[in-house]
Design a protein around this ligand. Structure first.
Ligand code: F6P
Length: 560
C-alpha cells in the first residue's frame, strides 16, 4: 500500500518555522544594511529569468527551515514521480505529464516517460507535427473555407484551461502574430460573449477551433452549436440554399480534445481533430494541441520556441540544487507566507501590458490546483492551503489597489514581472517611455520593502497628526522577476515557473493539485435549476427558498 502524504505539521522543520514565526520581526532595511551579500545570495536564474528574492520576508534561518521542510515531506521523490509519469493524480488515477509535452523529439530513451507502456514523447510529437502542418496551411492561405477564401479569423471556443492559456499567450505574444490573421476567444455561456465575439466577422473567412478536453463541457458545446448555426446561416446568405452543410462544417470547424469520438458526433471531420491525453490537466494544457489557435497566430517556429522555454524551466526544477532552485524556493516561501505569516492572497503584477491576462490564467492554475481541504489520501488538510491569486498589470494597479499593498493591514506577497526591452518601443520626446515604466516597477518594490519612517516624513516638512498617514511601514514582501524581453521562450519559462511553484505548495500541503472536484457540484445543480427557471413546478419545488425567490424575480422581470 502506498503511504499517504507526510503531515507537514508533524515535521521538525515545521516546528522550527512556527518558532521562527512567533518571534518574527522582519527588518528588510536592517537585513540589507547588515548583509551586503543578501542580494547576490537571494538572486537566482531559471532559464532566461532573473529572480530576485532578496526582498522576501524571510532570513537565512527561515529559508534553511523551509528547505528542510521540503526534504521532510519528500518533495524530491514526488517531483521525480511526476516527471516519470507515475499516477500522482490519485483521485483521478492519472499520470501528470504536462512536462512531457515539451520534451524534445530526441529525448534519450531513459528519460522518456511511458504511460501504460506507451512512449508519450513519440505521441506528443506526432500530434505536434499535425498541429504545425495545419497551422502552416492556415497561415499560408492554403486552407480555405467553402467559398475558397483564406482564413482571416480563428475563433477558439473553449473555457477554463481550454481558453485561458491560449488567450493569455495570444495576448502576450502580440508582437509575433501574423498580420491579417486574428484570433478571438469565446468562452462564456453568457450569449453576449458569442454575440460580441462574432460581431463583424465574415463566416466565409472564419475558422472555429472547438477546444475541450472532455468535449462534454456545457458552455463550450452550447457556444459551438451557436457558432455552427451562425456559420451556416451566414454562408447560406453568401452561397444560397444549396450550401453543403457537412462540407461547410468540415472546412470551418476543427477540434482539440481527448474525446475524439464525441468530436465526430458533432460533425467535425476526425482528420481535423487534434488529440491530447488524460495525463494533461486542463489548466496545464496550453502547450498541448490546446495551443492550436496560438500556433496558427504565431507560427510553428515560435510555438516550438515556447515549448523549449517550458522545457528549460522543467530541467531547472528537476536538476537545480535546492538552494538555487527557483520554483522550489518560491513555492516554499509561499507556504511560509500562508501558513506562518497569515497571508490569504498573493498578487502577481506584470509590468507588461502584454501580460494583462496572465493573472487570470494563474488564477485557474493555482486556485483550481491548490484550493483543497482534503489531502490526496482523503484525510483533512492540516494547514491552510491555496491562497487567492490576483493581479493587474502595472501601472494601472498602482492607481487602484496599491494603497492597500503599501499601507493596509494585510500581508500581500507580490510578484513583480518586468522586461528589459519593450515589445513596442516608443519615445515621448526625449523620454524613453519603457524606462519610465521600469522606474515605476523598481520604485514600487523599493517602497514596499523599505517604506518611509516618521522621521523621513518630518524631514520632508510634514508635521502633526498627518505624519502617521504618510508613513510607510515597509517590510512588505515582493519577488522581482526580470527577463531580457517577452519572447515565446520567456513566456514558456514563466508559465512553467508558476506550474512548478504550484506543485511545490501542493506537495507540502499533501494535496492532489491535479484534480478539480470542487467545480462539479455547481455544474450538477445548474442541470437541476435549469428546468425550474424554465417553469417546471416540480423542479421549482425542489429548490431552496432563496433560489426560488431569485427565480421568481427573474420570471417577473424577463422580457418575452
Ligand atoms: O472548470 C473545470 C474544468 O474541468 C477545467 O479544469 C477545465 O479546464 C475546464 O473545465 C474546461 O474543460 P474542457 O476542456 O473539458 O471543456
Amino acid at each position: 500500500m502506498t503511504a499517504g502524504p507526510v503531515d507537514p505539521t508533524s515535521t521538525a522543520a515545521w516546528a522550527r518555522l512556527a518558532a521562527l514565526a512567533e518571534g518574527f520581526s522582519p527588518d528588510l532595511r536592517g537585513w540589507f544594511a547588515q548583509d551586503p551579500g543578501r542580494v547576490e545570495r537571494w538572486t537566482h536564474r531559471a532559464g532566461d529569468l532573473l529572480v530576485d528574492l532578496s526582498k522576501s520576508l524571510a532570513d537565512d534561518a527561515v529559508l534553511g527551515a523551509l528547505l528542510d521542510l521540503a526534504d521532510e515531506v519528500g518533495l524530491a521523490a514526488r517531483r521525480e514521480a511526476m516527471f516519470r509519469g507515475e499516477r500522482i493524480n490519485v483521485t483521478e488515477d492519472r499520470a501528470v505529464l504536462h512536462t512531457a509535452l515539451r520534451l524534445p523529439r530526441d529525448t534519450p530513451a531513459d528519460q522518456r516517460p511511458q504511460v501504460d507502456g506507451q512512449d508519450v514523447v513519440a505521441d506528443v510529437h506526432a500530434v505536434l507535427d499535425r498541429v504545425y502542418a495545419f497551422a502552416d496551411r492556415v497561415r499560408s492561405g492554403e486552407w480555405t473555407g467553402v467559398t475558397g477564401e483564406p482564413v482571416r479569423t480563428v475563433v477558439n471556443i473553449g473555457i477554463g484551461g481550454s481558453d485561458l492559456g491560449p488567450v493569455m499567450a495570444y495576448e502576450a505574444l502580440a508582437a509575433y502574430r501574423q498580420e491579417g490573421l486574428e484570433c478571438r476567444f469565446l468562452s462564456n455561456i453568457d450569449p453576449t460573449d458569442a454575440a460580441t465575439t462574432l460581431a463583424g466577422l465574415d463566416p466565409a473567412t472564419t475558422l472555429f477551433v472547438v477546444s475541450s478536453k472532455t468535449f462534454g463541457t456545457l458552455e463550450t458545446l452550447t457556444n459551438a452549436r451557436l457558432c455552427r448555426a451562425w456559420l451556416l446561416d451566414g454562408l447560406r446568405e453568401r452561397v444560397g440554399d444549396d450550401l453543403d452543410e457537412r462540407a461547410a462544417v468540415a472546412q470551418h470547424f476543427v477540434a482539440v480534445s481527448t474525446a475524439l469520438d464525441k468530436v465526430a458526433d458533432f460533425g467535425i471531420d476526425p482528420d481535423n481533430a487534434f488529440g491530447f491525453w488524460d495525463w494533461v490537466g486542463g489548466r496545464y494544457s496550453l502547450d498541448s494541441a490546446i495551443g492550436l489557435s496560438l500556433a496558427i497566430a504565431v507560427g510553428p517556429d515560435r510555438f516550438a520556441e515556447m515549448l523549449a522555454g517550458f522545457h528549460a524551466v522543467d530541467e531547472h526544477f528537476r536538476t537545480a540544487e535546492p538552494a538555487r532552485n527557483v520554483p522550489l524556493l518560491m513555492g516554499l516561501l509561499n507556504v511560509w507566507y500562508v501558513d506562518h505569516l497569515g497571508a490569504q492572497t498573493h498578487a502577481v503584477l506584470p509590468y507588461s501590458q502584454l501580460l494583462h491576462r496572465f493573472p487570470a490564467y494563474l488564477q485557474q492554475l493555482t486556485m483550481e490546483s491548490n484550493g483543497k481541504s482534503v489531502r490526496w489520501d482523503g484525510s483533512p488538510v492540516t494547514t491552510g492551503t491555496g491562497e487567492v491569486f490576483w493581479g493587474e498589470p502595472g501601472t494601472n494597479g498602482q492607481h487602484a489597489f496599491y494603497q492597500l499593498l503599501h499601507q493596509g493591514t494585510r500581508l500581500v506577497p507580490a510578484d513583480f514581472i518586468a522586461f528589459a526591452n519593450p515589445a513596442f518601443p516608443l519615445a515621448d520626446g526625449e523620454a524613453d517611455v519603457h524606462e519610465l515604466f521600469l522606474a515605476n516597477f523598481l520604485a514600487q518594490t523599493r517602497a514596499l520593502a523599505f517604506g518611509k519612517t516618521a522621521e523621513e516624513v518630518r524631514a520632508e516638512g510634514t508635521e502633526g497628526s498627518v505624519v502617521p498617514a504618510r508613513v510607510f511601514s515597509g517590510n512588505r514582501p515582493t519577488t522581482a522577476i526580470m527577463a531580457p524581453e517577452l519572447t515565446p521562450a520567456v513566456l514558456g519559462q514563466l508559465v512553467a515557473l508558476y506550474e512548478h511553484i504550484t506543485f511545490v505548495q501542493g506537495v507540502v500541503w499533501g494535496i492532489d493539485s491535479f484534480d478539480q472536484w470542487g467545480v462539479e457540484l455547481g455544474k450538477q445543480l445548474a442541470q437541476q435549476v435549469g428546468p425550474a427557471i424554465a417553469g417546471d413546478a416540480d423542479a421549482l419545488a425542489e429548490q431552496d427558498p432563496s433560489t426560488r425567490a431569485l427565480i421568481a424575480y427573474y420570471r417577473e422581470h424577463r422580457r418575452r
